[in-house]
Design a protein around this ligand. Structure first.
Ligand code: SF4
Length: 330
């Protein structure tokens, strides 16, 4: 078997580390296929750009349903925020393994660096991910391989361990040198790719899971936009902060949700969840006014519409600081 016959399937986020991992294997003549996963918490744009610049085969796989189920109850718990990195990585490698089998590939890889994230990238966590994924011995981390136990893939000669690397820790120095050596000039800055590591988003998500254990992908996607308020009757109001929020929220209405907007004045689009009681409707209307150009008025009319309902006017005073803070989630 020549080197070119060896096929490796890698998980790539599109960050520099994942690009370097691909390049290190490509240098050995290994045929690299990359996969980027998509959920409401992270997207594929960087992965697509990276794969295109490397000229490798790339698959984008949406794992929203299965991933959300896991995020609600991860076997190995969360990191500092709502990031269940061990379960998440294991799931990704399981999926990548399915692709590897489909194409008769030989091993899996990722751009993980030992010690870069103390909780999920220590030796124990990396081993745990391998075992949980169902592909124990077939996951190579080219950037840190020399510091990790030899894998079955290396023992079988699918990849030359001597030409793999021994990078560890949070410093980016070695990676920057390698990038320069490979002529990789354009790559995204590290971090910022996964909302589950974002403290503010995590507060919203935790609150959502507590109040609505059945929360679906739409409920989770809504957390990305606007200001969120949990009202005393139990419903949620989401207030767009700017036009982009308003546009995105508009796409995320479920049947029977209410939309609120100030009559005749520029202001936010407010999404009020279906089933809101009269008390919550009045508070949502007051919040709608607070974030509009009518915020200084003593009272104004808010137009409320809902699926299958005729338009309704709710006249209230803008919400004061105390009410706004009391109901605000994050
Ligand atoms: S940072 Fe996000 S995408 Fe990455 S392993 Fe953790 S939970 Fe998954």
């Amino acid at each position: 078997m020549t080197e070119k016959d060896i096929k490796a399937v890698g998980i790539i986020s599109g960050g520099l580390d994942s690009m370097l991992a691909c390049r290190v294997l490509m240098d050995q003549g290994i045929n690299v296929t990359a996969i980027t996963f998509v959920t409401p918490f992270f997207g594929s744009a960087k992965g697509e750009t990276a794969a295109a610049s490397l000229g490798i085969t790339h698959h984008v796989i949406d794992i929203t349903g299965e991933h959300l189920k896991m995020v609600k109850a991860p076997k190995y718990g969360y990191g500092r925020n709502m990031n269940p990195c061990i379960d998440c990585h294991a799931m990704m490698f399981t999926k990548a393994g399915e692709v590897m089998e489909e194409i008769s590939g030989h091993f899996l890889f990722s751009g993980e660096v030992l010690g870069q994230r103390p909780m999920s990238q220590n030796v124990k966590a990396l081993r745990l991910v391998e075992k949980e994924s169902g592909y124990d011995g077939l996951i190579v981390r080219p950037l840190s391989a020399k510091l990790l136990p030899e894998t079955e893939a290396e023992k079988a000669g699918f990849v030359d361990r001597e030409r793999l690397l021994d990078i560890q820790g949070r410093s980016r120095k070695r990676q920057m040198e390698l990038a320069a050596g490979y002529g990789l000039n354009e790559f995204p800055t590290p971090g910022g790719g996964c909302l589950l590591t974002d403290p503010g988003f995590s507060i919203r998500l935790k609150e959502l899971f507590e109040v609505s254990p059945q929360a679906d992908a739409t409920d989770v996607t809504r957390l990305k936009y606007g200001r969120h308020f949990r009202l005393p009757g139990g419903s949620k109001a989401i207030v767009g902060r700017h036009k982009d929020d308003n546009d995105e929220l508009e796409k995320l209405f479920s049947p029977d949700d209410y939309s609120l907007q100030v009559e005749g004045i520029t202001g936010p689009l407010v999404l009020l969840e279906k089933g809101a009681d009269e008390g919550d409707i009045k508070i949502a209307a007051a919040l709608t006014l607070r974030y509009s150009r009518a915020a200084g008025r003593t009272a104004a009319a808010v137009i409320m519409t809902g699926t299958g309902e005729t338009e309704r006017k709710v006249t209230v005073a803008p919400a004061d600081d105390e009410a706004t803070e009391r109901y605000r989630i994050a």
